[in-house]
Design a protein. Structure first.
Length: 125
């Protein structure tokens, strides 16, 4: 027995209940749920970026991480910069929510690398 998905509610694409939490019911058959589209800010050139390189020990089980904050741009550019810094330092880390986290205390090295790449980087705490 073959079962074909023909109903739009079963297909799942138009049945995203999280995007329509504010709407209870509509009697209009032509009603379309409107979702707010997130727009990412355009990436500033490296010379206009003001990055702060600091160290963070909170909520990390006593481990130290180098934290780069202040990046203005798309998440893809942030991940690319994070990947470059992690490769040059030879350690792991992550790049999300406008911050780059690099495992270990590499404040001086990361600040020097960012300045070499043309960024306006300042060593924080």
């Amino acid at each position: 027995m073959l079962l074909a998905v023909t109903d739009r509610t079963m297909a799942g694409k138009d049945n995203d209940w999280k995007s329509r939490l504010g709407v209870v019911y509509s009697t209009n058959p032509d009603f379309q749920y409107e979702t707010a589209a997130e727009t990412e800010t355009e990436t500033l050139p490296p010379a206009k970026q003001r990055l702060i390189v600091g160290i963070d020990r909170r909520n990390r089980g006593g481990k130290q991480v180098t934290l780069v904050t202040g990046f203005v741009g798309t998440s893809d550019d942030l991940k690319e910069l994070g990947k470059t810094l992690k490769t040059r330092c030879g350690v792991g880390g992550t790049a999300k929510d406008g911050e780059i986290t690099i495992q270990g205390d590499f404040r001086d090295k990361v600040a020097a690398l960012l300045r070499e790449m043309g960024y306006n980087a300042k060593r924080g705490n």
